[in-house]
Design a protein around this ligand. Structure first.
Ligand SMILES: [Zn+2]
Length: 451
């Protein structure tokens, strides 16, 4: 079902969700959450670009104080993080939370959304946005998490893809919403809006190999979602697609067209219309990067979130023809893609972290770290890569991340500074989610399930 048959202009469209691990039991969260006091950490304020040695007092999932000393009579958990770095939790704005696939025949790891949410949390990703799943199932999983406050990274979902009959997203055998006219777009968005998806995902790629909705249908879908106050994420393939999405009022476009570096007028349009970019460098570089250097997956994060079957696939010389096509194309187009991301950032357009995990070249959870490395390679400073992956991504989901009083207590504690070296985001000591220290050992891959 996940075989990728992508050619030049469609290769990143693969992925997509599948049936979810619906039967997977939710783990009960602690019923008796206690206050937390993080003592003496080097707190990284990614927006103020400042590192402060500060205590953080946390209550009910929120940072409530930065006292000079432990308050007398404090009854909660005290954790000494002297010498450690504290940053906001990571957010992935483009996932397909079914599991992982590798670039050789048969390298598949089915996880499902609930297990993916656990692996994400292991990797320091405290929230993620699934951009195409089985509509009612994935909305049920999200709602169940919100009602029961179960563990795992916070799940946000688009539900289905809105696409043309036989358009991208329809090729995976999973039902999705198909439309050909503005009237059908409005009807579908209205129906979907009643289920309160976190975003509406629309595929628009008229120059691609697969059928696409036309510009009028795109515009109607965006306007309908906007009328329900739901943000839109548009899958694009060419800069023309971005032009049309921007003019129609899209909230964000995802993927970086790779045939040329972003033209000036597209930058101007994105600025004028306030459109954000979710580049997904992870999927656009993943096969080439990971096959060139499989040791990228030797670290504790990748070890903790996926099995040896997937990691070994990147050490293989026997890639599937599709994976080999992706690899060669990524090498050829990579410089243009990085140059476009640099230009977007320098122009002041919001660049946000999303990985397209689920696709070849990505690993659920780990790829957020890869995405930050790629953003730095594109020319962003670590400060900006961190903000793109934390506070700004969270704001896109209307979440208040940060390290200041009033911010959600979703935090990653590191043993080395990610400002000195972005690779240090992988050196996780512990993760704080909803104000509690996460039991990461319970969430990662267990030895009995590897191989
Ligand atoms: Zn995707």
């Amino acid at each position: 079902m996940f075989r990728v048959t992508a050619g030049r202009r469609v290769r990143w469209r693969a992925g997509a969700a599948s049936a979810l691990a619906f039967g997977c039991a939710f783990l009960a969260s602690s019923l008796f959450a206690q206050d937390l006091f993080l003592s003496g950490g080097q707190v990284i304020d990614v927006d103020a670009r400042e590192i402060r040695i500060q205590n953080l007092r946390i209550s009910d999932g929120v940072i409530v104080g930065t006292p000079e000393a432990l308050p007398s009579g404090f009854a909660g958990e005290v954790v000494d993080v002297t010498g450690r770095w504290i940053m906001p939790g990571l957010v992935d704005l483009h996932t397909h939370s079914f599991g992982n696939q590798g670039p050789v025949e048969g390298a598949m790891e089915f996880q499902g959304t609930v297990m993916v949410s656990n692996r994400m949390l292991f990797a320091g990703v405290t929230a993620f946005l699934d951009l195409f799943g089985l509509e009612d199932q994935i909305l049920f999983v999200r709602n169940a998490q919100r009602e029961n406050r179960t563990v795992g990274a916070d799940i946000f979902v688009a539900g289905p893809c809105l696409t043309a009959p036989e358009g991208h997203c329809s090729e995976y055998g999973i039902p999705t919403r198909l439309m050909s006219t503005p009237e059908e777009a409005r009807r579908n968005v209205d129906e979907l809006a009643a289920k309160a998806p976190d975003v509406v995902k629309i595929v628009y790629a008229p120059e691609g190999r697969l059928p696409s909705i036309d510009r009028a249908t795109l515009t109607a879908a965006i306007e309908a979602a906007t009328s329900h106050a739901i943000p839109t994420v548009i899958h694009v393939q060419s800069w023309d697609d971005v032009r049309h999405a921007a003019i129609a009022g899209a909230t964000a476009v995802t993927h970086i067209p790779d045939d040329e570096v972003i033209p000036d007028d597209v930058i101007a349009l994105m600025l004028t219309h306030g459109v954000a970019s979710i580049p997904t460098l992870s999927v656009q570089f993943g096969v080439s990067d990971l096959t060139a250097d499989p040791t990228l997956l030797d670290g504790p994060i990748a070890q903790g979130v996926t099995t040896e079957v997937i990691r070994a696939a990147y050490r293989s010389d026997d890639l599937t023809p599709a994976a080999e096509r992706w690899r060669l194309q990524q090498i050829e187009d990579g410089p243009k893609v990085l140059a476009s991301v640099r230009r977007l950032h320098e122009a002041g357009i919001q660049v946000l972290v999303g990985t397209d995990s689920g696709n070849l070249g990505t690993i659920q959870g780990w790829s957020v770290h890869h995405e930050m490395k790629k953003l730095v390679e594109a020319g962003l400073e670590p400060w900006d890569a961190l903000a793109a992956a934390t506070t700004r991504g969270a704001a896109f989901l209307a979440q208040n991340y940060g390290v200041n009083i009033g911010d959600a207590a979703n935090l990653v504690i590191l043993e080395a500074s990610p400002i000195d070296d972005i690779d240090n985001t992988e050196r996780i000591v512990s993760v704080v989610h909803r104000g509690q220290i996460v039991d990461r050992a319970a969430l990662g891959v267990r030895p009995s399930t590897t191989g």
